[in-house]
Design a protein around this ligand. Structure first.
Ligand code: SF4
Length: 475
């Protein structure tokens, strides 16, 4: 997927002007937030469960070299094979080579964010393979030739009619109607089922990798992951190195919080554990089982101040509660990961210089951290990226000067007080008693789309000083 993170401002403006997109987003976000609230309130010790999930993941990350080795050993004993990919290109090449070796022509894919990160579809298609996404949302965006706009619901930006229109133009429907959701789902199922039966290779992601057993754990709500992994003769799991956990017990600690964070379910509809290819006389399951582990600078993250983001299980709860994401959706972010987690992860994966707008597009309301099942301090991480931007001198000159001025005045309360008083007077003068300004000489971008309200009455400091004086007088 092409990196277009530098076009964030344009993408956000376009999204804000798209009323249909905003209606679709509002509906979806409201459903997810309500469901999460309901399910979370049913659990009395949610904080405890989340803390346990955090500890489990931290333990695995602190001992990642050991658990990677253990995972590889166990999977080899089970008859599977681990491959390491340093870069996205390496991962794509490994998958293509496996497909070529088994003379594959048809590939079915379950949802994998790492596959999006490496643009795996494009690479496989370029290598001459027929690739079909089997997750309903992914299938829709594949037909529309668009990237996913949400981790959990790749097609949340589309409504029922838009999806039906897409099927009318791509499927041979005759005079069949797709007026209702069950008809649309039935149509997709009919087409995708044929693809499962044809497929030589199935590719899925993983929600966790279990070191002690060499297993991959996958959660889905549609069951397509199970069909991708059991019907084709080869199953390939593509995922990041950070997905390791020590044991089944530790994986179950994460299961208790992931689904609640995702869609407000206590469990996903399908929880599948794959531990290798079919054995001996078994007549089901793949003949080959591969796990391809992507680094792509994750090992750098392990050693820097953003390491907490490696606990992310891509549940999307932070996206669903982000006021910025809720207005503009995922495409505006210009790459695979969006919302708060994307604004932290993307600069690391595509380079700071290409993603500075992302971590500045944050209101710091802190809701993302409150809902994160892995207790990731997202606002802190976003702030650290801003500090990094400052230290690397990557801030626009006007912003840098503005911040420097603020720092200087904020350190000296007297100067700050006087300047704020002066600012209030100047603004009131400019406002001319109208209560709001509709055009600012220097920051016209602000007043292009909204009025700037004028300060009402006194400054906070003079109000505070007067109240203190009054209180002292009453005593
Ligand atoms: S940062 Fe937390 S809330 Fe956001 S996707 Fe990752 S685990 Fe979920």
């Amino acid at each position: 997927m092409e990196v277009r993170t530098q076009e964030f401002a344009t993408g956000a403006s376009d999204a804000l002007a798209d009323q249909q997109l905003r209606t679709n987003l509002r509906k979806f976000m409201t459903i997810l937030k309500t469901l999460r609230k309901q399910v979370s309130s049913e659990v009395v010790n949610l904080d405890e469960l989340q803390q346990r999930a955090k500890d489990v993941k931290n333990h695995a990350l602190e001992n990642l070299d050991y658990y990677l080795e253990l995972f590889e050993t166990k999977l080899s004993e089970n008859g599977g094979r681990v491959h390491y990919a340093q870069t996205p290109e390496d991962l794509n090449q490994i998958v293509i080579e496996i497909c070529r070796r088994v003379n594959a022509r048809h590939v079915v894919k379950g949802k994998t964010m790492v596959g999006e990160e490496t643009a795996l579809n494009e690479a496989l298609i370029k290598a001459g393979l027929d690739v079909v996404e089997t997750d309903m949302g992914e299938y829709i965006v594949q037909l529309a030739n668009e990237p996913p706009s949400h981790i959990l619901g790749p097609a949340v930006h589309k409504n029922k009619k838009q999806i039906a229109d897409l099927f009318y133009s791509h499927h041979d429907l005759g005079n069949r109607s797709l007026a209702e959701v069950p008809e649309i789902v039935g149509e997709a199922r009919h087409v995708i089922r044929e693809k499962f039966l044809q497929a030589d290779v199935g590719i899925t992601g993983a929600n966790a990798l279990i070191a002690e057993t060499g297993s991959s754990l996958l959660l889905t709500n549609e069951g397509n992951g199970d069909l991708c992994s059991t019907l084709p003769k080869v199953h390939i799991v593509v995922t990041g190195i950070e997905k390791l956990v020590a044991s089944l017990e530790d994986a179950s600690a994460m299961l208790r919080v992931i689904a609640r964070g995702v869609v407000g379910q206590s469990m996903a509809c399908y929880t599948s554990i794959f531990t290798g290819p079919r054995e001996g006389a078994q007549d089901a399951g793949p003949e080959e089982f591969h796990v391809v582990l992507l680094d792509n600078t994750r090992s750098e993250l392990l050693g820097n101040e953003l390491r907490d983001i490696l606990r992310c299980v891509k549940c999307s709860a932070c996206l669903n509660h982000c006021p910025i994401y809720g207005q503009i959706g995922g495409h505006a972010y210009g790459w695979v990961y969006s919302g708060p987690m994307g604004s932290v992860l993307t600069p690391q994966l595509v380079g700071m210089e290409k993603a500075t707008d992302l971590f500045n597009a944050c209101t710091s309301d802190g809701r993302c951290a409150e809902v994160c099942p892995m207790v990731i301090p997202l606002p802190d991480l976003l702030r650290k990226l801003r500090v990094r931007q400052w230290n690397q001198n990557r801030l626009k000159r006007t912003w840098r000067w503005g911040l420097l001025m603020f720092m200087l005045t904020a350190r000296y309360p007297r100067i700050f007080k006087r300047l704020s008083k002066l600012g209030v007077r100047v603004l009131n003068l400019l406002g001319g008693g109208r209560g709001a300004l509709n055009s600012l000489p220097i920051k016209s971008g602000w007043t292009d789309v909204r009025d700037l309200p004028m300060p009402q009455g006194e400054t906070f400091q003079s109000l505070w000083a007067r109240q203190l004086k009054q209180k002292k007088g009453e005593r």
